[in-house]
Every structure is written in C-alpha cells, then in structure tokens.
Design a protein around this ligand. Structure first.
Ligand code: HEC
Length: 189
C-alpha cells in the first residue's frame, strides 16, 4: 500500500491532513513494558522490602559517618565520634586509665577530685562535658588554675585515650569534691 492509499482522517487544518496510521508495534511494546515495570516497581519498593531512596540515603550516611570516624582514628584526629569509638575500646581506655593514674590522679584522684574538680559528676567548669570539651581542656589546660596543657607532655593518641578514659568516668557520681561549674544533662552521648 503506497502512502497515497493510506486512509486519511476527516479533519483538516490549514490544508494539512493526517493519515490514520496505527501506532507502531515497537511503541506499544515499550508502553506496555513501562506499565509492567511500574507494577513490579510498586510491588517491590512500596509493598515489598525494596530499599527506598530515603533508606538508601540513611544507609549511605551511616556508612559515611563510620568511615569518617575510622579515618579520624587512623589519623589520630579527635572528633566526638572518634573519641566515642575509643571510649568503647577497652584496650584504648586501659592505656588512658594507666596514664590518668600516673599523671592526673595527683589532683583528680580516681575521678572524684581533690585539688582538681570532680570529673564524675554532672557539673563542668569548661564546656558541657562532651568528649571534645574534655579533650580541649586536657589539651590546652587551665594553666592559671594549675591544670597543665597536657598536649606539651603527651602524644596526640595518648591524649585521646586519656580523654576516652575520662569519658568513662562521667556520671559515676563518686563522692568527692563538691560540684563546680554548670550542671549539664548527664551523659551527653
Ligand atoms: C596539678 C593538678 C592537676 C593535674 C595533675 C591535672 N589536673 Fe585537671 N584540673 C586541675 C584543676 C585545678 C582544674 C580546674 C581548672 C579551673 O578551675 O578552671 C582541672 C580541670 C580539669 C578538667 C575540666 C573539669 C571541668 O569541670 O571543666 C578536666 C577534664 C581535667 N582537669 C582532666 C585532667 C586530666 C585528664 C589530667 C591528666 C592528664 C589532669 N586533669 C591533670 C588540676 C589538675
């Protein structure tokens, strides 16, 4: 059948006519395919267990945070997360505890305080008792009050381990030195 023999539709606009051609088979199949795909998609992702975009995003964020923590730890970089990870690592905490008993206990005893403040209560003079606050005060000290800037006497990883150990003392509420500073929500982690 030549083009001329194709049936013409009855309408006409400005002299333009339209052939009454059937929709091509390939087009119908692609269209049907999208309908089948959408049904399968709906069943899998909406009704079933498929990972939604939001869940996928959350998983990626969790993985990225874990990687950032790992990298911070590997590079000896103190972050709230890397210190928290260290605080949950008994070997790291043990190193921190040994160091604390050698150099800090003279003023802080077992944490309950003496010359230095009680580190086991919910009151903090410097910061709010987050691991980064504690890390900072140990690192830079409060020289005029008799607390040394320990970064001059300790390697960065040692400083982090001592911080992690002090982190484990928080909230133990050992009777000792009376509260000093501001009360904070216990256990900020
Ligand atoms: C010579 C005594 C002395 C030694 C040793 C010492 N500190 Fe301190 N520390 C102090 C004093 C005093 C303060 C309070 C400073 C102030 O009043 O601002 C303090 C404050 C702190 C704080 C902040 C407490 C708060 O409430 O904000 C932390 C944490 C701390 N010391 C940890 C340590 C650690 C860890 C060591 C060992 C590496 C150590 N200190 C060794 C005397 C000492």
């Amino acid at each position: 059948m030549s083009k001329q023999d194709d049936p013409l539709l009855s309408h006409e606009y400005d002299g333009i006519h339209e052939y009454d051609n059937p929709t091509p088979g390939w087009w119908i199949w692609i269209f049907a395919g999208t309908a089948v795909f959408s049904a399968l998609y709906f069943i899998h992702y909406v009704l079933g267990s498929g990972t939604s975009i939001e869940q996928g995003y959350q998983e990626d964020v969790t993985v990225a945070a874990a990687l950032a923590t790992e990298r911070a730890l590997a590079q000896g970089e103190a972050t709230e997360a890397s210190l928290l990870t260290l605080m949950k690592d008994p070997a790291g905490v043990a190193v921190g505890k040994a160091k604390f008993q050698t150099v800090c206990a003279a003023c802080h005893k077992q944490g309950e305080g003496g010359i230095g403040p009680n580190l086991t209560d919910d009151y903090w003079i410097h910061g709010k008792g987050t691991l980064m606050d504690i890390h900072q005060v140990i690192r830079l000290g409060v020289v005029e009050k008799g607390m040394a800037a320990w970064e001059k006497q300790m390697a960065p990883d040692e400083l982090m381990k001592v911080t992690a150990y002090v982190g484990t003392l928080r909230g133990l509420h050992l009777p000792g030195k009376e509260p000093q500073g501001e009360e904070v929500e216990s256990d900020p982690e």
